[in-house]
Design a protein around this ligand. Structure first.
Ligand code: 6PG
Length: 234
């Protein structure tokens, strides 16, 4: 049974302040413990105010490695590119931001394999994995489709893979690279930040349904061993 703590805020700004504080604390603790931190940050638009506030923290950013928890397979600089949005905020601070998507991969499966190879060189497990939730119940880029089972139940050592969502999500109708379920749930801290009643309803249903959920989030989060913090604002 997954142990979940819900944190509710009056608005997205208040949530951003609190979540940025929590992430800052996790990063600083990792730096204190071993001189470096590795975190996966969610893509999409909801977490951007969190990142703006986090970047203002006095952290030794050069000791911090940031990866997007998933990315859309688009060129760097594309408005759909998660790493572009993250890099814009954290590169000027001196953090190391690693893209999961390389423009050299011939297809989405190969893109997933090269992301996995890249992540094999990082200190692991992640100090933190922050997830968002799509209104269709996906998290990271784990979607129904031909790669669903591999993303959820692939070999434990697989950190990332390529995914072709089926159907393609209308807000970003492209193939993806994503952390695997194992990579996500093995993180030392797991956090979700969402806004709006619709996503809250979807996440609550997903968690209640667990491993057999019709929503990817339910399957990802079922039987997670570490406590999960869910941050929510209307
Ligand atoms: C992605 C994401 C994804 C995201 C949700 C929510 O690239 O699609 O990382 O998992 O968290 O789609 O996105 P919004 O915050 O933009 O609604």
């Amino acid at each position: 049974m997954t142990e979940i703590e819900w944190w509710e805020y009056d608005d997205a700004d208040e949530m951003a302040e609190a979540v940025a504080g929590d992430i800052g604390f996790i990063i600083e603790s990792a730096i204190d413990a071993r001189g470096a931190a590795v975190v996966a940050l969610a893509g999409g638009k909801t977490p951007l105010p969190i990142y703006e506030k986090l970047a203002q923290n006095k952290i030794e950013w050069k000791r911090v490695t940031i990866i997007p928890g998933d990315d859309r397979i688009v060129p760097l600089g594309d408005p759909l590119s998660n790493v572009t949005a993250i890099a814009k905020i954290f590169l000027p601070k001196g953090a190391r931001v690693i893209p999961l998507v390389s423009d050299k991969a011939p297809d989405y499966k190969a893109a997933g394999r090269s992301a996995d190879a890249l992540l094999q060189d990082l200190h692991w497990p992640l100090d933190l994995c922050l997830l968002g939730i799509g209104s269709d119940g996906h998290a990271a880029s784990i979607f129904p489709g031909p790669d669903y089972d591999e993303a959820l139940n692939g070999p434990k050592e697989r950190r990332a893979l390529g995914v072709m969502p089926e159907p393609l999500p209308p807000e970003a109708p492209v193939a993806r690279v994503t952390l695997s379920r194992n990579a996500i749930i093995s993180a030392k801290a797991l956090m979700i930040a969402i806004t709006g009643q619709q996503k809250r309803d979807v996440l609550e249903a997903a968690i209640a349904e667990g491993a057999s959920s019709s929503y990817p989030a339910g399957r990802i989060l079922a039987d997670v061993e570490l406590p999960l913090d869910v941050h929510w604002a209307p």
